[in-house]
Design a protein around this ligand. Structure first.
Ligand SMILES: Cc1cc2nc3c(=O)[nH]c(=O)nc-3n(C[C@H](O)[C@H](O)[C@H](O)COP(=O)(O)OP(=O)(O)OC[C@H]3O[C@@H](n4cnc5c(N)ncnc54)[C@H](O)[C@@H]3O)c2cc1C
Length: 455
């Protein structure tokens, strides 16, 4: 049922996670929403060319799960019915940290679903396809965003279908969920408007992923695992999550020239030489199901749209078009979903304005800043530990590192701190909750113990 509409047509470029979530946010406020996707969209949960990352392990953090459930009331039910695996958090997800061991296996009463990225996307797409005023245009590439002669207001999108037929779609709002913001940046440049600065952290990360059937004698004390590297000396890491079809998706990662091999012997050897043998022991007799897939991720990149003073009316980038996070921290889909939920809230609050679209983008950039900044900071600090990582270290980098280490030690001792830390990491709460005086007291205690241990 439509609420107060604020425009006739909205066009979304890209049917990845950001585009789908955004389409869910827009449907109530536009008479018609069209989603353009250059790929043909599969009817099964299988990878597709436009999202090559979908062959690799994807964790949907509880904060992102909640945002998708707020946008699509049947999302959780449908994901569960499609065979995803419920993990109680953090009890069922073992986190192994060098020099520390593993985080205590506590149960804070929230959940996480293990599913392949194609299944998460297909489940979201099915929600979107149910919206009565939505048209999905697979096999249709956006060529160009069009605007008024002064570039101040968006008028539509020129697109081309698989047979090369071009069409101009009129739009009051165009959401750029293309992943790289190419349509947005091209438009800004063509009108001589400023493009956003880009903050880049060069991580030179390499992934190799395969899947195994979960054996009958699989461990029962955990269902998913992250084995972190002994940074900065080593960068070998392993991640494993259960997914639909009773299988484990296993991703091995490396930096600093470490490339996890893409053949069975090499892969197993790399797994055996992680910081612990937990992953190796689990998969050594398991039946491998898939081939080996590789992915190179050179750099995280954050386009600072929030620093622009003006932006065309009726244009909005979202998801990876704003920020591509280092994937080992599992944040991109969740941030995209949270941004889409924010977009829906903004549309609702602006619906009664005389011109709801005027200033929408700047309001969105400003209000979504904390949604991006928190996960960016959480991943940037551990990434910058490696001296080879390219990027600007904050002036208080060393003290932030020490503070993070002290917080981790406090979390191991104290369930309440552990809970808060996990809620922040899983994007359920903002980092400001960790400034609680009781938490800070425990962190300071750990910091003094750490300096005593160094003497
Ligand atoms: C190796 C790897 C692992 C990852 N692991 C995780 C994880 O564990 N957890 C997590 O939350 N995130 C993870 N991510 C990030 C996550 O995949 C993205 O952040 C998330 O999917 C949001 O992306 P998006 O929709 O903005 O862009 P994309 O996923 O890039 O989707 C963009 C879509 O737009 C389409 N498109 C592009 N240009 C056009 C055009 N001109 N016309 C029409 N269509 C177009 C593309 O075909 C594509 O479908 C990972 C990323 C990588 C690279």
């Amino acid at each position: 049922m439509l609420g107060k509409t604020i425009g006739k047509h909205a066009v979304v470029i890209g049917a990845g996670m950001a585009g789908l979530a955004a389409a869910g946010a827009l449907a109530n406020y536009f008479e018609r929403v069209i989603v353009l996707e250059r790929d043909r969209l599969p009817s099964q949960a299988v990878p597709r060319p436009g999202t090559p990352q979908s062959r690799h392990l994807h964790a949907l953090l509880p904060g992102g799960h909640r945002a998708l459930t707020d946008l699509f009331p049947h999302f959780e039910r449908d994901l569960a019915e499609a065979g995803s695996v419920l993990l109680r958090m953090p009890r069922d997800f073992r986190v192994e940290i060098p020099r520390i061991g593993q985080l205590p296996s506590r149960d804070f009463g929230w959940f996480f679903y293990g599913a392949s990225r194609p299944l998460v996307e297909l489940t979201t797409r099915r929600q979107v396809e149910r919206l009565p005023n939505l048209t999905m245009r697979p096999g249709c590439r956006a060529l160009e965003i069009t605007a008024t002669p002064d570039g101040g207001m968006i008028t539509g999108v020129i697109c081309e279908d698989a047979d090369g037929r071009q069409e101009t779609l009129a739009a009051d709002l165009v959401v750029d969920a293309s992943g790289r913001a190419a349509p947005t940046l091209t438009l800004l440049r063509s009108f001589g408007q400023p493009v956003p600065d880009e903050i880049v952290i060069g991580v030179d990360l390499h992934y190799t992923t395969t899947t195994f059937a979960i054996p009958e004698d699989a461990p029962t004390d955990w269902r998913g695992i992250a084995t972190h590297p002994h940074a900065p000396e080593r960068s070998r890491a392993g991640y494993m999550l259960p997914a639909e079809g009773r299988r484990w998706v296993v991703t091995l990662a490396g930096r600093l020239g470490e490339r996890p091999p893409a053949d069975l012997d090499g892969f197993m050897d790399y797994a055996r030489r992680l910081e612990t043998q937990t992953i190796y022991d689990a998969i050594k007799h398991a039946e491998r199901q898939g081939g080996f897939e590789r992915y190179a991720f050179p750099a995280s990149a954050w386009r600072r749209f929030d620093r622009l003073g003006a932006f065309p009316r009726g244009l909005l980038p979202i998801g990876d078009s704003i920020c591509r996070f280092n994937p080992v921290h599992g944040q991109g889909m969740s941030v995209a979903a949270q941004e889409a939920r924010l977009l829906k809230q903004l549309l609702k609050s602006r619906a009664t304005k005389a011109d709801p679209l005027a200033g929408l983008a700047l309001a969105f950039f400003s209000e979504s800043l904390p949604l991006v900044e928190a996960p960016w900071n959480m991943s940037a600090i551990p990434d910058l530990v490696y001296p080879e990582t390219r990027g600007e270290r904050p002036p208080d980098f060393e003290s932030r590192l020490q503070h993070n280490a002290a917080l981790l030690r406090a979390a191991i001792r104290d369930p309440a701190v552990h809970r808060l830390m996990a809620e922040v990491q899983q994007l359920l709460k903002p980092p400001s909750v960790l400034q609680d005086p009781a938490v800070e007291r425990l962190v300071q205690l750990e910091l003094s113990q750490m300096s005593a241990e160094q003497v």
